[in-house]
Design a protein around this ligand. Structure first.
Ligand SMILES: CC(C)(COP(=O)(O)OP(=O)(O)OC[C@H]1O[C@@H](n2cnc3c(N)ncnc32)[C@H](O)[C@@H]1OP(=O)(O)O)[C@@H](O)C(=O)NCCC(=O)NCCS
Length: 161
Protein backbone atom coordinates (compact mmCIF):
# COMPACT_ATOMS: atom_id res chain seq x y z
CA UNK A 1 0.00 0.00 0.00
CA UNK A 2 0.96 3.61 -0.46
CA UNK A 3 2.13 4.19 3.10
CA UNK A 4 3.93 0.87 3.18
CA UNK A 5 6.00 1.20 0.04
CA UNK A 6 9.55 -0.02 0.33
CA UNK A 7 12.16 2.71 0.50
CA UNK A 8 13.53 1.88 -2.95
CA UNK A 9 10.12 2.61 -4.54
CA UNK A 10 9.81 5.92 -2.65
CA UNK A 11 13.24 6.91 -3.87
CA UNK A 12 12.42 5.94 -7.45
CA UNK A 13 9.28 8.11 -7.37
CA UNK A 14 10.75 11.08 -5.51
CA UNK A 15 9.05 13.62 -5.38
CA UNK A 16 6.10 11.53 -4.34
CA UNK A 17 3.15 11.12 -6.70
CA UNK A 18 -0.13 12.64 -5.59
CA UNK A 19 -3.54 11.04 -6.09
CA UNK A 20 -6.50 13.45 -6.07
CA UNK A 21 -10.11 13.50 -7.24
CA UNK A 22 -10.61 13.98 -10.98
CA UNK A 23 -12.50 17.18 -11.80
CA UNK A 24 -13.95 18.62 -15.00
CA UNK A 25 -10.86 20.78 -15.41
CA UNK A 26 -8.78 17.61 -15.86
CA UNK A 27 -10.84 16.25 -18.73
CA UNK A 28 -8.88 17.80 -21.60
CA UNK A 29 -5.62 16.27 -20.31
CA UNK A 30 -7.29 12.97 -19.49
CA UNK A 31 -8.81 12.69 -22.96
CA UNK A 32 -5.50 13.49 -24.61
CA UNK A 33 -3.87 10.60 -22.74
CA UNK A 34 -6.84 8.30 -23.34
CA UNK A 35 -6.74 8.84 -27.11
CA UNK A 36 -3.00 8.25 -27.22
CA UNK A 37 -3.00 4.91 -25.37
CA UNK A 38 -6.22 3.17 -26.47
CA UNK A 39 -7.48 2.17 -29.91
CA UNK A 40 -11.01 2.47 -28.50
CA UNK A 41 -10.82 5.29 -25.96
CA UNK A 42 -13.46 6.43 -23.51
CA UNK A 43 -15.10 9.68 -24.55
CA UNK A 44 -15.07 12.91 -22.56
CA UNK A 45 -18.76 12.21 -21.87
CA UNK A 46 -17.86 8.82 -20.32
CA UNK A 47 -15.53 10.53 -17.85
CA UNK A 48 -17.99 13.36 -17.16
CA UNK A 49 -20.75 10.84 -16.49
CA UNK A 50 -18.45 8.89 -14.15
CA UNK A 51 -17.66 12.04 -12.15
CA UNK A 52 -21.32 13.06 -12.00
CA UNK A 53 -22.38 9.54 -10.97
CA UNK A 54 -20.04 9.82 -7.98
CA UNK A 55 -17.66 7.10 -9.10
CA UNK A 56 -14.23 7.15 -7.52
CA UNK A 57 -12.40 8.97 -10.31
CA UNK A 58 -8.87 10.11 -9.54
CA UNK A 59 -5.85 11.50 -11.31
CA UNK A 60 -2.26 10.78 -10.45
CA UNK A 61 0.09 13.75 -10.55
CA UNK A 62 3.85 13.68 -10.44
CA UNK A 63 6.13 16.67 -10.58
CA UNK A 64 3.12 18.80 -11.72
CA UNK A 65 2.31 16.45 -14.62
CA UNK A 66 -0.86 14.39 -14.98
CA UNK A 67 0.72 10.95 -15.34
CA UNK A 68 -2.38 8.77 -15.05
CA UNK A 69 -5.91 8.29 -13.80
CA UNK A 70 -8.38 5.67 -12.73
CA UNK A 71 -12.15 5.27 -12.43
CA UNK A 72 -13.57 2.86 -9.88
CA UNK A 73 -17.13 2.07 -8.88
CA UNK A 74 -17.68 0.90 -5.31
CA UNK A 75 -20.90 -0.85 -4.35
CA UNK A 76 -21.91 -2.92 -1.34
CA UNK A 77 -19.00 -5.25 -0.64
CA UNK A 78 -17.24 -4.89 -3.97
CA UNK A 79 -15.24 -2.51 -6.10
CA UNK A 80 -15.11 -2.51 -9.88
CA UNK A 81 -12.10 -0.96 -11.57
CA UNK A 82 -13.41 0.56 -14.79
CA UNK A 83 -10.36 2.40 -16.10
CA UNK A 84 -6.69 2.43 -15.10
CA UNK A 85 -4.37 4.35 -17.36
CA UNK A 86 -0.85 5.71 -17.34
CA UNK A 87 0.22 8.26 -19.96
CA UNK A 88 2.47 6.73 -22.59
CA UNK A 89 5.53 8.80 -21.67
CA UNK A 90 5.23 7.78 -18.01
CA UNK A 91 4.70 4.05 -18.39
CA UNK A 92 7.03 1.44 -16.84
CA UNK A 93 8.09 3.67 -13.97
CA UNK A 94 5.93 2.14 -11.27
CA UNK A 95 2.99 4.56 -11.59
CA UNK A 96 0.47 1.92 -12.66
CA UNK A 97 1.38 -0.25 -9.69
CA UNK A 98 1.23 2.79 -7.41
CA UNK A 99 -2.23 3.84 -8.64
CA UNK A 100 -3.61 0.31 -8.42
CA UNK A 101 -2.31 -0.12 -4.86
CA UNK A 102 -3.85 3.24 -3.92
CA UNK A 103 -7.14 2.09 -5.49
CA UNK A 104 -7.08 -1.15 -3.49
CA UNK A 105 -6.51 0.80 -0.31
CA UNK A 106 -9.37 3.20 -1.11
CA UNK A 107 -11.70 0.28 -1.88
CA UNK A 108 -10.79 -1.43 1.41
CA UNK A 109 -11.50 1.80 3.31
CA UNK A 110 -14.94 1.86 1.62
CA UNK A 111 -15.56 -1.66 2.99
CA UNK A 112 -15.20 -3.47 -0.33
CA UNK A 113 -14.19 -7.10 0.10
CA UNK A 114 -13.42 -7.91 -3.54
CA UNK A 115 -12.16 -5.93 -6.50
CA UNK A 116 -13.19 -6.85 -10.05
CA UNK A 117 -11.94 -5.64 -13.42
CA UNK A 118 -12.09 -6.53 -17.10
CA UNK A 119 -9.02 -6.70 -19.30
CA UNK A 120 -8.37 -7.64 -22.92
CA UNK A 121 -6.58 -11.00 -23.19
CA UNK A 122 -4.24 -9.21 -25.66
CA UNK A 123 -3.23 -6.66 -23.01
CA UNK A 124 -0.06 -8.34 -21.74
CA UNK A 125 1.15 -5.32 -19.67
CA UNK A 126 -2.20 -5.01 -17.92
CA UNK A 127 -2.47 -8.72 -17.21
CA UNK A 128 1.11 -8.78 -15.90
CA UNK A 129 0.40 -5.87 -13.55
CA UNK A 130 -2.85 -7.34 -12.25
CA UNK A 131 -1.36 -10.81 -11.85
CA UNK A 132 1.60 -9.36 -9.99
CA UNK A 133 -0.74 -7.75 -7.46
CA UNK A 134 -2.69 -10.95 -6.93
CA UNK A 135 -5.63 -10.69 -9.34
CA UNK A 136 -6.76 -13.99 -10.81
CA UNK A 137 -8.94 -14.67 -13.84
CA UNK A 138 -12.44 -15.68 -12.72
CA UNK A 139 -14.42 -15.48 -15.96
CA UNK A 140 -14.73 -14.39 -19.58
CA UNK A 141 -17.18 -11.94 -21.15
CA UNK A 142 -17.56 -12.99 -24.77
CA UNK A 143 -17.18 -10.20 -27.33
CA UNK A 144 -17.08 -7.54 -24.62
CA UNK A 145 -14.71 -5.11 -26.35
CA UNK A 146 -14.71 -3.57 -29.82
CA UNK A 147 -11.68 -4.64 -31.85
CA UNK A 148 -10.21 -3.86 -35.26
CA UNK A 149 -11.49 -7.18 -36.62
CA UNK A 150 -14.81 -7.33 -34.78
CA UNK A 151 -15.00 -7.97 -31.04
CA UNK A 152 -12.59 -9.17 -28.38
CA UNK A 153 -13.44 -11.09 -25.22
CA UNK A 154 -12.76 -9.65 -21.78
CA UNK A 155 -11.12 -11.56 -19.00
CA UNK A 156 -12.80 -10.88 -15.70
CA UNK A 157 -10.22 -10.76 -12.93
CA UNK A 158 -10.78 -10.44 -9.21
CA UNK A 159 -8.83 -9.91 -6.04
CA UNK A 160 -9.94 -10.49 -2.45
CA UNK A 161 -9.25 -7.26 -0.57
C1 LIG B 1 -1.05 -1.30 -17.95
C2 LIG B 1 -0.52 -0.01 -17.34
C3 LIG B 1 -1.59 0.64 -16.44
C4 LIG B 1 0.71 -0.34 -16.47
O1 LIG B 1 1.19 0.86 -15.86
P1 LIG B 1 2.76 1.17 -15.80
O2 LIG B 1 2.93 2.37 -14.96
O3 LIG B 1 3.31 1.23 -17.19
O4 LIG B 1 3.32 -0.14 -15.10
P2 LIG B 1 4.34 -0.25 -13.87
O5 LIG B 1 5.61 0.44 -14.23
O6 LIG B 1 3.66 0.16 -12.61
O7 LIG B 1 4.61 -1.82 -13.89
C5 LIG B 1 4.08 -2.68 -12.89
C6 LIG B 1 4.14 -4.10 -13.40
O8 LIG B 1 3.24 -4.26 -14.50
C7 LIG B 1 3.81 -5.14 -15.46
N1 LIG B 1 4.05 -4.40 -16.71
C8 LIG B 1 3.84 -3.08 -16.92
N2 LIG B 1 4.11 -2.76 -18.19
C9 LIG B 1 4.48 -3.90 -18.80
C10 LIG B 1 4.88 -4.23 -20.12
N3 LIG B 1 4.94 -3.30 -21.10
N4 LIG B 1 5.18 -5.51 -20.41
C11 LIG B 1 5.13 -6.46 -19.46
N5 LIG B 1 4.77 -6.21 -18.16
C12 LIG B 1 4.46 -4.96 -17.84
C13 LIG B 1 5.09 -5.66 -14.86
O9 LIG B 1 4.77 -6.81 -14.07
C14 LIG B 1 5.48 -4.51 -13.94
O10 LIG B 1 6.31 -4.89 -12.89
P3 LIG B 1 7.92 -4.75 -13.07
O11 LIG B 1 8.17 -3.31 -13.46
O12 LIG B 1 8.44 -5.10 -11.72
O13 LIG B 1 8.29 -5.69 -14.15
C15 LIG B 1 -0.05 0.98 -18.44
O14 LIG B 1 0.89 0.32 -19.28
C16 LIG B 1 -1.17 1.53 -19.29
O15 LIG B 1 -1.80 2.53 -18.92
N6 LIG B 1 -1.40 0.90 -20.45
C17 LIG B 1 -2.40 1.37 -21.40
C18 LIG B 1 -3.79 1.34 -20.80
C19 LIG B 1 -4.14 -0.03 -20.26
O16 LIG B 1 -3.90 -1.04 -20.88
N7 LIG B 1 -4.74 0.00 -19.06
C20 LIG B 1 -5.24 -1.21 -18.44
C21 LIG B 1 -6.56 -1.54 -19.05
S1 LIG B 1 -7.28 -2.94 -18.27
Amino acid sequence: MLGEMPGSMSARLDPRPLTRDMCRGDLADVIEVERRIYDFPWTEGNFRDAIEAGYHASVLEFDRHLVGYRVMMIGPGEAHLLNLSIAHAWQRRGFGRHLLLASMREARLAAALTMFLEVRPSNAPGIALYGDLGFRQVGVRKGYYPAADGREDAWVMSLPL
